[in-house]
Design a protein around this ligand. Structure first.
Ligand SMILES: [Zn+2]
Length: 354
């Protein structure tokens, strides 16, 4: 069963892909484990946390259990999400959304993406023996598109804005071409990204950090972290929920702008193309998570992103520009008083594919 958090309508598990009121759907209940955490094998990927996951089918390419590494130059700890099999945290959600596709009997999955989510969904679909059709901007980087094609997925290039790509994919879903494995809309994807929170807590012996920082576009990781830390607290495995801070790209910063922390100085941040989202479908949920955790969002410029990508590379962290916004923003958050020097901070380094 899935429900709409805005109008409370209820739907069966497989469809529709969104509520008739236009809002995204979520699972009616969050599964929670009985008792205290046991030992984890660390060999089952996200399925080590199956007790928190709402599906019985399993698909894995060895995602999860990414390292948590001390980064003294940033006065933070980094969660190396870019070390995932296909190069980004999206593998967590791809594992669970493709497991859900098996569970509801889908045989063709559709996704629209600027790169990382498309590659993750295509790869996990291939692993599960499902057909995949990935809608990408015609301007998408060749290397990313080639990687998606190599999985056997059908790639559909769409001219125009990022929104035009989503619209083309949704038209195909609504005309019955396949099942929407969306990293923005499908609740199964967010059940998977929540495992980042379970891991961070497990790797710290169930002590949660004060603050977690992540890039923020559709909120795929941002909301996954919020939901994951909330589930841990509900299960009694942890005592608190960290503050969750999001970083957006200047020119694409609906959440930061509302927060009064958007930046109108300088041009749009075209480097951070993984978070070029002007109207996230789960915007209402993102704002709620910010309110609930005393979180915040800021917009990061292209210049700061480029500088920080180079600084990360010089320190041995080889990431794509989008995730450099997260460490670039640490200075902004500290200047604004959102972060204190003594805070215990985890930053998600989300992707490696350039
Ligand atoms: Zn609704």
């Amino acid at each position: 069963m899935r429900t709409c958090s805005v109008c409370d309508r209820e739907y069966p598990r497989a469809e529709p892909w969104r509520c008739s009121c236009g809002e995204p759907l979520d699972y009616a209940t969050q599964p929670l484990p009985d008792g205290r955490p046991g030992k984890f094998s660390r060999t089952s990927g996200v399925w080590d946390f199956a007790e928190f996951l709402p599906m019985d089918e399993r698909v894995s390419l060895g995602e999860g259990w990414t390292p948590l590494v001390d980064a003294p130059e940033w006065n933070a700890t980094f969660k190396l999400e870019y070390l995932h099999p296909t190069g980004s945290f999206k593998d967590r959600g791809a594992a669970t959304v493709i497991a859900e596709a098996l569970e509801v009997g889908a045989d063709r999955v559709l996704e629209d993406s600027s790169g990382n989510a498309g590659l993750a969904v295509a790869s996990y679909a291939a692993r599960a023996g499902l057909d995949a059709e990935i809608y990408v901007p015609a301007s998408a980087k060749d290397a990313k598109v080639r990687r998606i094609e190599r999985t056997g997925a059908d790639v559909v290039p769409v001219e125009g804005s990022r929104e035009a790509v989503t619209d083309a994919c949704i038209d195909a879903v609504e005309s019955g071409v396949g099942w929407y494995a969306s990293h923005a809309w499908n609740p199964a994807f967010f059940a998977g990204t929540a495992t980042a929170a379970y891991e961070i807590a497990a790797q710290r012996d169930w002590n949660v950090p004060d603050v977690v920082v992540t890039p923020l576009g559709h909120g795929t990781l941002f909301l996954g972290l919020y939901r994951g830390f909330r589930a841990l607290e509900q299960a009694g495995w942890t005592d608190t929920i960290p503050r969750i801070l999001g970083t957006q790209a200047v020119g694409y910063s609906p959440i930061a702008d509302e927060d009064g922390s958007g930046s109108d100085d300088g041009a749009a941040n075209d480097l951070a193309d993984g978070i070029h989202i002007r109207d996230p479908p789960r915007g209402r949920q993102i704002r709620h998570a910010i309110d609930e955790t005393d979180g915040a969002a800021v917009a990061v410029s292209a210049a700061a992103t480029a500088r920080e990508r180079d600084r990360l590379g010089a320190a041995g962290f080889h990431v794509e520009p989008t995730c450099a916004t997260a460490t670039a923003a640490l200075t902004q958050f500290r200047e604004r008083g959102e972060l204190q020097d003594g805070d215990d901070v985890v930053v998600a380094l989300t992707g490696r594919n350039d």
